[in-house]
Design a protein around this ligand. Structure first.
Ligand code: GLY
Ligand code: MN
Ligand code: MN
Length: 315
């Protein structure tokens, strides 16, 4: 690290540049694609294992997020009277006052909007009888972000069908957490969650042969799961995204990794392959997990998660 004033004197020297941030810096140096890509992944990989200070920052971001979720639950009557925007606004207030901002555009998705993965218009009605999927995270003052999802019944009580889907996603997340420990593959939690969901879909009569669909070249269950179960979390919501495959997506979990566990099941409103009563139901549960020497710790445990806990919380 050197003073910025010295930068011009270095013009033309051999260098590697993180592109896409500062056109002037890019203009000063002659670099190669491979060299610059190498620097970007090196920096991303340095961020994979969080030290004690970073873990405290992430917990701080999560704790503010817990308070933000509580604010939104308290404000549900106003959201019912207006729109999803009320939830977005209430959470945004907490994020701006206690942190720097939201870590990403809040997803406040009522009813079938939950089936649109990055629903951020947040301009729909919030109605009794529907679920409200809230994917929101505070970015704290040191710019570390939380990334948490809860799916709540607007009326305060799940319908039997909603509860069935919710329980399946909950069981999938529990299965993912159970295999989240140092030495496991980064993808093991994903695999564990997909196994639970595939067999759940088979029980619901939606999928014929769960075991067969779990094969890497089949994956028919993915029609209703749509996304992976984990990504690293840190300064970016999708942290370390430039890290090489062999140390991230195809690498092992290590103590100090912080990742999400976020299985979801989404039945599009026009999906004729699922029983009519399930159409338009979308559920995701997302928590922020620290891999420890002994196993794993849920940093966002402070937000009610099981169906019963959620109903008690709302009441
Ligand atoms: N909120 C974006 C994500 O869950 O990855
Ligand atoms: Mn996430
Ligand atoms: Mn999220």
């Amino acid at each position: 690290a050197r003073p910025l004033e010295e930068l011009d004197k270095l013009a033309g020297t051999a260098a590697r540049v993180v592109r896409g941030h500062d056109a002037r810096v890019e203009g000063l140096f002659h670099t190669t694609d491979a060299g610059d890509e190498g620097l970007a992944s090196f920096l991303a990989e340095l961020r994979l294992v969080k030290d004690a200070h970073e873990i405290a920052q992430l917990q701080d971001a999560v704790d503010a997020t817990v308070r933000g979720f509580e604010d939104v639950v308290r404000a549900l009557p106003q959201a019912r009277a207006t729109s999803e925007r009320w939830a977005e606004g209430v959470f945004g207030l907490r994020a701006r006052v206690e942190g720097n901002d939201v870590g990403y555009g809040s997803i406040c998705a009522a009813g079938a909007h939950a089936c649109t993965l990055h629903w951020t218009d947040n301009d729909g009605p919030v109605q009794d009888g529907e679920l409200l999927l809230l994917d929101m995270g505070v970015e704290n003052r040191e710019l570390y972000t939380a990334d948490v999802t809860r799916t709540l019944p607007v009326s305060g009580t799940f319908t039997p069908r909603q509860r069935e889907v919710y329980q399946l996603v909950y069981d999938a997340q529990e299965a993912a957490f159970a295999v989240c420990r140092p030495g496991a593959d980064f993808l093991d939690p994903h695999r564990a969650a997909m196994r639970v969901i595939a067999f759940g879909l088979q029980r619901m009569g939606i999928l014929a042969d769960a075991e067969a669909t779990l094969a890497e070249d089949d994956r028919r269950y993915a029609r209703w799961t749509l996304h992976g179960v984990s990504h690293m979390l840190g300064l970016d919501v999708h942290d370390c995204a430039r890290a090489r495959e062999e140390v991230y997506r195809k690498g092992p979990l290590l103590p100090g990794h912080v990742l999400t566990l976020e299985p979801g099941v989404y039945f599009q409103p026009d999906d004729l392959t699922v029983p009519e009563g399930f159409r338009g139901i979308g559920v995701r549960i997302e928590d922020d997990i620290l891999v420890t020497e002994a196993g794993a710790e849920n940093l966002s445990i402070g937000i009610p998660r099981s169906a019963d806990e959620v109903e008690t919380w709302l009441s």
